[in-house]
Structures are given as C-alpha cells and as structure tokens.
Design a protein around this ligand. Structure first.
Ligand SMILES: C[S@@+](CC[C@H](N)C(=O)[O-])C[C@H]1O[C@@H](n2cnc3c(N)ncnc32)[C@H](O)[C@@H]1O
Length: 211
C-alpha cells in the first residue's frame, strides 16, 4: 500500500469513539471492554477497515478488532463510512501484529488475514503473517481452537501459507483457488479484493484450524 501522510490523522483517531489507544492495557480484558462474552475476531492489516466494518454490521453478536499498523491508513478508514465507526461490537487499533501477543491473552476466536503483504523476497519471509514466527504469537492470542481465514491474490504467498500452516499443525478445512467461481453470498469483499477482481486476478482463500 502506498503510504500517504494524512495530516489530521491524530485528530481523527483521537475523536473516533471506538479507537483504542495503548491496547496493551486491555490484554486479557477484552470481554470487559465489549461488555459481553461474545466471540472476538480480529483482522490483521485491516487497511481502511472496509471489510471489518461490514462484518461488524452483519454479525452484531460477534466482536471485531481491526489491527492496522499504518496510522494514516487507519485514519483514512475512520474518515470514511463513518456511520459504522460507532458500532458497539467493533474496535480499531493502530498496532504492529508482530506484538499481537501483547494485546490478547487467549481471547480470540478467528484471525482474518486479508490481502496481507506477500513479502515476495525470501529474505523477508519472516515478515509474512503466516510465517511460523507469527503462528507462534497467534498461539497466545487464540482462546481454544485456532482458526485462520486468509484471502490473497498472490499464488506464491498462498502456497507458502498452506505449507507453513500445515507444518505448524493446522488442518486446512477449506482451500479455494478461485473464489469468484464459487457462488458465495456470504463473501464480504475487502477493499483490495475489489481492486484485484477488477484487474481480473484470481482470489485464493483458505480456512485453517488447529485444535
Ligand atoms: C495490502 S493491504 C490490505 C488491506 C485490507 N486487508 C484489504 O484487504 O483491503 C495490507 C495492510 O496490512 C497492513 N500491515 C502489514 N503488516 C502489518 C502488521 N505486521 N501489523 C499490522 N498491519 C500490517 C498494511 O499497513 C496494509 O494496510
């Protein structure tokens, strides 16, 4: 994603009702934050939060946390579709997922990885969000069963994810190699998914579970 400095980002974040500053303080206390015992799902690299806002609106009985490390991108997301910013089951965090084990302690039901950066160079492979380095951190985050749902347009990254998740003990419950060919009314499109579809790219999707 091209980085663009959003000049009023501090103001936007400060005034967004569901933006969480210093999320480490909520580690182990997310149910208190949401004031219910509903499942908590997280999108890592939520960009402008187009996907997670739709999810939160569609599933009011599930709690959602958007994690985006780029402050400007998150602020842009919070300037758009603002009617969904205040949904009671949605929170926004500006955070690097490399430290995700500092903000959740056995509290998360599902992690969504939508069009995560593929880091194509092999010397950068440890930055991929499905690398073992991250899978180890996710272990601390998940409540009981571990569930990861990934969508990407990048076949090499998809293949890498399948191998990495399998080696780590995840079972691939569903692997889709062309999401558009599947009649799937449940699919909620992300911002990047819409862009890639317009370009004619195939969309790959997997559901991986580790009990
Ligand atoms: C290609 S965009 C996809 C955005 C959105 N998920 C979508 O599908 O439209 C990837 C996003 O992940 C964010 N990101 C990359 N690595 C991250 C990390 N370690 N922690 C949090 N966010 C990250 C980037 O800043 C970027 O906004």
């Amino acid at each position: 994603m091209r980085l663009r400095n959003v000049k009023d980002k501090e103001n936007v974040l400060e005034n967004a009702k569901n933006y969480i500053d210093n999320p480490e303080r909520l580690c182990g206390k997310w149910q208190e934050e949401f004031k219910n015992n509903n499942d908590i799902c997280v999108e890592i690299g939520s960009g402008k939060c187009h996907f997670i806002k739709q999810m939160a609106r569609k599933y009011p009985d599930i709690n959602f946390v958007a994690i985006e490390r780029n402050r400007s991108v998150l602020a842009l997301g919070l300037k758009n579709e603002i009617e969904d910013n205040d949904l009671p089951n949605l929170r926004f965090i500006n955070y690097n997922a490399a430290l995700i084990d500092k903000i959740f302690n056995r509290e998360v039901k599902t992690i969504y990885l939508n069009f995560s950066d593929p880091w194509p160079k092999s010397r950068h492979c440890k930055r991929r969000l499905t690398h073992e380095v991250f899978l180890k951190k996710y272990d601390v985050v998940f409540k009981d069963e571990r569930k990861i749902i990934q969508k990407t347009d990048n076949l090499e990254f998809f293949a890498f994810s399948i191998e990495s998740l399998s080696k780590y003990g995840y079972v691939l419950e569903n692997v889709i190699v062309d999401l558009q060919k599947i009649e799937n009314n449940d699919n909620i499109e992300t911002e990047y998914e819409v862009k890639f579809k317009k370009k004619g790219c195939k969309i790959y999707k997997l559901l991986a579970i580790k009990k």
